[in-house]
Ligand binder design. Structure first.
Ligand SMILES: Nc1ncnc2c1ncn2[C@@H]1O[C@H](COP(=O)(O)OP(=O)(O)O)[C@@H](O)[C@H]1O
Ligand SMILES: [Mg+2]
Length: 420
């Protein structure tokens, strides 16, 4: 094995996405990660992965050792993916079916542990397998560029290729908060998800704290789930059912004195304490209260990231996932506003000012179906934009960095609207 001489170092020392993901999944340095070579002497190999397509451009780590599971990690949920990604995954999934031979062209990552230390102490995948019932599980992980706002995720499968769970790893303040919030939201959902028009959602299987991380394991999506087309009309009845938690609505109440305004005020003050932009947020919340304080609006719950790419259809029901930003006490209509804003920003690449215009257009067009009159529509649009800037700040403040599409552009947009 002379190739050992130039074998690359531990991938956890890399600055790229592969480094970031392997540090998150294998934080314990007693676990050895060896690329292309065997496990160090005295270590026991516990898992092997194909690094696809190469170390330098790694996109997926595919578990070796159980071809049906390896293929499933690439083929499951492919209908949710964009056509190009789907084609690549289908090809590599076909190779994975052939077992290690099929994946032989790709570098192999060997995971090994020293003798005498219980594996469950060292390996997240072992902890998850025991939390999910004790049968061995294979994990696949996607590699994305390092981003303080992203969570590494593990897809967990049985050795026969049956999906067992989807694990999200919160590894810094920003992502730990998101994972915790999603777990809390999913825990509360079964009580309401049976109601008419309410979307169904994969449930929470388990949540655990592990090596400074928060890990939520979510039930697998049904394998036949299909994504909602990105240009579909908004699902108003479903948004309303989420807002009302499957029950009747609550009577409208003025913005002044609401828990919502109190929360925005508190968060804006906090943002002011942490940087100059926050002063502008405090002024924006005050202007919101001045302009809309007397407006009476229905308050309710929201999904918090209601966009077509977090929605699917299965067995005639709408399926919603990604509940990380969900919460109570917002004006009914916020999910509609977010749907409009994000489709413009993300799908069409519009600047914040155009995306804000898309919010106005959506609330004007669909607001009556949510019981919103003209004054409520203005409150929903203006309030949502302030909420969105505060979310941007919260993520930045928790270490995720500023979203350049939203800061400072969104504050400029808000100020301009308030001065109009
Ligand atoms: N429970 C699940 N089972 C299988 N795949 C899932 C599950 N949840 C999410 N996914 C897939 O992973 C993608 C990202 O997950 P999501 O919850 O939307 O997180 P993010 O915050 O990264 O957008 C989804 O769009 C979906 O394709
Ligand atoms: Mg998502």
């Amino acid at each position: 094995m002379t190739a050992q001489v130039d074998a690359p170092a531990d991938p956890r020392s890399r600055a790229d996405g592969l480094g970031w993901v392997t540090r998150a999944v294998f934080p314990d340095r007693r676990v050895a990660l060896t690329v292309r070579g065997p496990a160090p002497t005295g270590h026991r190999t516990v898992a092997r992965y194909a690094v696809v397509p190469s170390l330098a451009r790694a996109r997926f780590l595919v578990p070796l050792g159980a071809p049906r599971a390896g293929a499933a990690t690439l083929l499951a949920y492919n209908a949710l993916r964009p056509p190009k990604v789907r084609a690549v995954r289908a090809t590599i999934g076909g190779l994975a079916r052939l077992g290690p031979v099929g994946l032989a062209p790709f570098p192999t990552l060997t995971v090994s542990v020293p003798g005498g230390v219980p594996v469950a102490e060292l390996l997240l995948t072992e902890r998850l397998a025991s939390a999910l019932g004790g049968t061995p599980l294979l994990a696949a992980f996607g590699v994305r560029p390092p981003d303080p706002n992203h969570k590494p995720t593990l897809q967990l499968f049985d050795s026969d290729g049956r999906p067992r769970g989807y694990a999200k790893i919160g590894w810094n303040d920003a992502t730990r908060a998101l994972v915790t919030a999603e777990a809390a939201a999913l825990r509360a959902l079964p009580a309401v998800a049976g109601a008419a028009d309410h979307p169904v959602s994969p449930g929470l299987l388990t949540e655990l704290a592990w090596a400074d991380q928060v890990v939520a394991v979510i039930e697998p999506l049904p394998s036949a789930v299909r994504g909602v087309p990105v240009d579909d009309p908004p699902r108003i009845a479903a948004q309303l059912a989420v807002a009302r938690r499957g029950g009747p609505g609550t009577p409208p109440r003025p913005l002044t004195g609401s828990a919502f305004l109190a929360r925005l005020t508190t968060q804006a003050r906090r943002s002011a304490a942490s940087g100059a932009a926050g002063d502008r947020a405090v002024a924006a919340v005050q202007a919101l209260a001045r302009r809309h304080g007397d407006v009476e609006v229905e308050f309710g719950h929201w999904h918090g990231d209601w966009v077509p790419w977090n929605l699917g259809e299965h067995a005639g029901r709408l399926v919603a996932w990604d509940w990380e930003h969900s919460g109570p006490d917002v004006p009914v209509g916020f999910d509609l506003a977010h749907d409009a804003f994000q489709r413009a920003l993300v799908l069409r690449g519009d600047p914040a000012v155009v995306a804000a215009g898309a919010v106005d257009a959506y609330v004007d067009r669909y607001g009556d179906r949510l019981g919103l009159g003209p004054a409520q529509r203005r409150l929903v649009a203006d309030g949502y934009l302030v909420e969105m800037w505060l979310r941007t700040w919260r993520l930045a403040d928790a270490g995720a960095g500023w979203n350049p599409a939203l800061h400072p552009a969104l504050l400029d947009v808000i100020e301009k609207r308030h001065s109009g």
